[in-house]
Design a protein around this ligand. Structure first.
Ligand code: ZN
Ligand code: ZN
Length: 457
């Protein structure tokens, strides 16, 4: 077998591949019973095995049946593409998972552009496949031999990482997942696109506002030039992506950026992270509105003020009174709790505390944020538990929904650039006694002229 040439190419073989494509398990079983060697055949020109065909067409039963017969999962076609790559290209998550489970190698490179399955998932925008491959990368030998971080940033023959491809193709979901898994936001391409492009250049080229938002929120540099000397702004202008250009214009307000030590984020409690993420997106959206205001590019504005929303806010007003008000902004409810000291504040204030406008390119290290109330170091951020005893279940976290609704109210976080430094110096001017160390109700009477310090000084 393996050298099944001309004379061996029978009608059976044609039927076999056809059955794999259609997911006709009965026909396939009968054909294999008659000629078991069919299992290892490939189509004449493209060298597609039945596994390739099943994976590309999402035929899970066929795929499973062939794998169960002991056929190795990593056969390659004419372009050195594995069934896993085809599943990733076509977004066939069930087949992809089955192949991973069967031990398919995630670190194979095709001969077209030298791309891995991760590249293909990112390029075609299949977030679920991307995530599955990344989880596999954490548990398979790839993690030991290559290291997970290196795999996330694996380059193709043209120096393109999966993040570059996702940005170029306008795949914000994939951009997000890759960034959260350690994709380097400032990585330059080799010869892909214009040489020396960043993901921000490529997102500017594709005109994807969502990708640009995410990249900027992860610290992408608007001033980085490609080998032709162009900043992403110039790329967006040239492609007539006006709204993108407005955000990329170096003279427009800097967006808020996630805290640079990624470790800090990955250690975040998922609920706390969701709250902070919502606060960050909200803040940046407010900022965008200002940037785009007066230009002809207006964003679809979220319906803040419709009647339904007003009713929802009213419904929650009793809950609001049960919740501690944030002692920094005196505007929003405390939703985040600092460990180990237990001080609480709202998500936007926490974000302002941990954010800085740009990662320091030279040191890459930041003074780790401290609790603004006691100056103690922050070991973890958690969703605040409601402190009132009436809440009944003290273990029940504050509703993220509630917090999000509240964060929709106008919030001055959106202006200018916020930095930990700015906030901490602002906090320095407030005496601890006036802050009331977390019990906001004692503060209300003697707050005087300290009300609502800016988040972003
Ligand atoms: Zn606050
Ligand atoms: Zn504290």
């Amino acid at each position: 077998m393996g050298h099944g040439v001309s004379c061996a190419r029978t009608g059976d073989e044609h039927d076999y591949f056809r059955a794999a494509q259609l997911g006709d398990l009965d026909a396939l079983t009968a054909l294999l019973a008659a000629d078991p060697s069919l299992a290892l055949r490939a189509t004449l020109y493209d060298r597609l095995s039945a596994l390739h065909i099943a994976a590309a067409n999402g035929r899970l039963e066929v795929l499973s049946m062939i794998l169960d017969r002991g056929v190795p999962p990593d056969a390659v076609n004419r372009h050195k593409q594995t069934p896993l790559m085809l599943a990733a290209m076509h977004g066939k998550i069930d087949c992809l998972l089955k192949l991973l489970q069967a031990g398919a190698n995630i670190l194979m490179f095709d001969s077209v552009h030298g791309r891995t399955c991760l590249h293909h998932a990112a390029y075609f925008g299949h977030v679920d496949c991307l995530q599955a491959i990344l989880s596999a990368a954490q548990t398979t030998p790839v993690a030991d031999s290559w290291g997970f971080a290196r795999f996330v940033n694996v380059r193709d023959d043209h120096g393109a990482t999966p993040l570059h491809l996702a940005a170029r193709q306008g795949r914000p979901g994939c951009v997000q997942v890759l960034l959260e898994n350690g994709a380097i936001v400032s990585a330059l391409t080799g010869s892909y696109g214009f040489p020396g492009s960043t993901s921000l250049h490529l997102a500017a080229r594709s005109g994807s506002l969502d990708c640009i938002r995410k990249l900027l929120a992860w610290g992408a540099d608007r001033l980085q030039r490609d080998s032709a000397g162009r900043i992403p702004y110039a790329v967006a202008l040239k492609r007539n992506h006006g709204a993108c250009a407005a955000l990329l214009n170096p003279s427009s307000a800097e967006p808020m950026v996630w805290p640079s030590p990624l470790k800090f984020i990955s250690e975040l409690d998922p609920e706390a992270k969701a709250l902070l993420e919502a606060a960050l997106m909200e803040a940046n959206k407010e900022r965008e509105k200002k940037i785009l205001n007066g230009t002809k590019f207006s964003l679809p504005s979220p319906s803040h003020c419709d009647d339904d929303d007003a009713n929802i806010v009213d419904d929650t007003s009793s809950e609001v009174s049960d919740t501690e008000l944030c002692c920094i902004c005196f505007d929003q409810a405390c939703t985040i709790e600092v460990e180990d000291c237990g001080h609480q504040m709202c998500a936007p204030c926490t974000l302002a505390l941990c954010c800085h406008s740009k990662p320091n390119p030279t040191t890459l290290t930041l003074p780790s944020p401290a609790c603004p109330f006691c100056r103690g170091s922050i070991s973890r951020l958690l969703v605040a538990r409601t402190s009132t005893a009436t809440a009944g279940d003290p273990d029940k976290p504050a509703s993220p929904q509630l917090a999000r609704r509240r964060s929709r109210r106008s919030h001055n976080l959106s202006e200018g650039s916020s930095s930990f430094k700015g906030l901490s110096s602002a906090m320095g001017s407030l005496s601890l006694s006036k802050l009331g160390l977390g019990s906001s109700r004692t503060v209300d009477s003697d707050i005087g002229d300290l009300d609502k310090p800016e988040h972003d000084l």
